[in-house]
Design a binder for this molecule. Structure first.
Ligand code: SAH
Length: 279
């Protein structure tokens, strides 16, 4: 019979701690992995973030102890050190403990810091990957993050530095026309990010898509370019998480209710014979 590792005991009969660091995806519960679903329904303790959607939380074991430790920008109700402590304490009770984090736990989620803290407390953990916001939002918009002839690669960056310190990036390296840039946590700094990318050589006409509450019923999008994105974002008055996708792949954006990317790919195909492979 399957026995959760948290209930295993060491030679002295003391339960050995175990925590599952689980990715909850960007919001749509259908984007959870099968493993995440199973662990949610079996968990006895769930320590969760603000970005985990209500729809995902509603799948949790109704008997589980739910511990919210949500953080908002500039407002950290439970400091990271205390979150680590909660995880360690819960693991040592021997209960099946799930640390549920938005998107993927190891992409800008501080999941790796939690894993290190657990490890140094002698607690084992397993990471269950989740669909990161970039993938979930791009799929929801029907745009690819790479596309032959438009982007040979993709980069995920944070638009916010520790303790609001200035953004110290390699702007020349980031301003690569062949690379799609996805900016997490960038809403407060989008004006500076756009300006620095243009100064480093990206055309002002580079398309940008801002997605708010992606993959949820409250999803909103703004399509613009590097020049006008800061004012367009300010006008949109977004509430909740915002992700920016910067690069020529955004030109493939089509209203998903009409027909995701297909029209555009066909249009490209006439200009680029290789592109017919994609269509
Ligand atoms: N670990 C998460 C990212 C945490 S950082 C992941 O892999 O997705 C938090 C940032 O993620 C937000 O500021 C926002 O930029 C982005 N984000 C997360 N969920 C989002 C969503 N549903 N819609 C848009 N952006 C989202």
């Amino acid at each position: 019979m399957y026995r959760p590792p948290s209930l295993r005991e060491n030679a002295s009969g003391i339960p050995t701690g175990f925590v599952y660091l689980v990715g909850a995806g960007p919001g749509d519960p259908d984007l959870l992995t099968v493993k995440a679903m199973r662990l949610l329904s079996e968990a006895e303790v769930i320590v969760y973030d603000r970005l985990v959607s209500d729809a995902v939380l509603s799948l949790a074991n109704p008997q589980a102890r739910m511990i919210p430790v949500g953080k908002k920008p500039k407002c950290h109700p439970v400091p990271q050190q205390d979150i680590n402590k909660i995880l360690i304490e819960q693991a040592w009770t021997g209960r099946t403990t799930v640390r549920l984090k938005g998107g993927d736990p190891f992409i800008f989620g501080r999941g790796s810091e939690e894993a290190l803290a657990l490890r140094s407390a002698g607690i084992r953990c397993e990471v269950v990957p989740g669909i990161t916001a970039a993938q979930g939002c791009a799929a929801s918009l029907g745009i690819p993050l790479t596309h032959r002839g438009l982007a040979t690669g993709v980069r995920f960056i944070t638009g916010h530095c520790r303790q609001d310190q200035p953004l110290e990036f390699d702007w020349d390296g980031l301003a690569d026309k062949q690379t799609t840039l996805v900016v997490y946590m960038g809403a407060a700094n989008i004006a500076e990010i756009s300006k620095r990318l243009v100064e480093a050589g990206l055309p002002v006409s580079t398309p940008v898509l801002a997605v708010n509450n992606g993959t949820t019923p409250r999803e909103r999008r703004v399509v613009s370019d590097l020049d006008t994105m800061p004012s367009a974002t300010a006008r949109a008055n977004f509430e909740g998480p915002v992700l920016f996708i910067i690069g020529d792949v955004v030109s493939l954006y089509a209203n998903r209710d009409v027909c995701p990317i297909v029209n555009q790919v066909i249009a490209l195909a006439s200009a680029d014979p290789m592109a017919t492979v994609h269509a």
